[in-house]
Design a protein around this ligand. Sequence first.
Ligand SMILES: [Fe+2]
Ligand SMILES: [Fe+2]
Length: 275
Amino acid sequence: MREIYTAGPDISVLPSILPIPDLGDQPVNGFLLRGAEPLLVDTGMPVDREGFIEALWSLIDPSELRWIAVTHDDRDHTGAVAALLDAAPQAKLITNGISLTRLTEEFAIPKERVVTANPGNRFKIADRELSFYRPPTFDSPGTLAVFDHADGTLFSSDSFGTVLQNYAQDISDIPEEEFFAGFDVLNRAIAPWTALVDVHKFQKSVRTLAKLRPARLLSGHGPTVEGERVDSLFRAMARIPELPAWLPGADLDLEAALDAHEASADAAAGTGEAA
Ligand SMILES: [Fe+2]
Ligand SMILES: [Fe+2]
């Protein structure tokens, strides 16, 4: 775990990094939101479980935590979820139904402690009102972005993340080129299908979030982004489908590769037809 820092009024970041060979360090963040009913967004990596729990309880008493939002079922967002539900008797889990099913492959999650949400839902928890969206890039079908109307913060899950040469807490501490080079890699690495999508439909999903005019954007895999800089991330995201799919060590023309694969499969089947 890295040192806890503040990302906005009543928002503490519980940060770690995942080193990615040849690329750099991917930030991995959980977020604690104070208020009448404190809410944790994501629960760190299994490798950090003990450190994450210790960091969280240095900020809040387990009896006070009321909500744990898990943006999706990937391990880097679910590391401490079961231990935290055990330790925090008042806490309820907010997640998507698909993520919940996948979580139960590994953890026993008491049904009566779960509230499921879909993109398009909006509900109040005490003094906060939360809206849920599907972010433009994602690597699990259950992924939820969470918009907090109380302070205009968009928690975007994996989406809008980056990989950095030098870890930083705020985007203003990093050269812009470095942030966006990592942004272009991470957002394609988690979603190579962006090379296949209808660009206009994809950009509509970006505009839906841009219209919220978030005061700050907090990715599970990025530094704090506030004010006008948020718009530069929406502009960069809108261009992602124009880039080739990314795989480790290669920028890949995915459509051409799939066509070639299909042609060779047809040839092997003796049809000789490449559709
Ligand atoms: Fe993920
Ligand atoms: Fe992730």
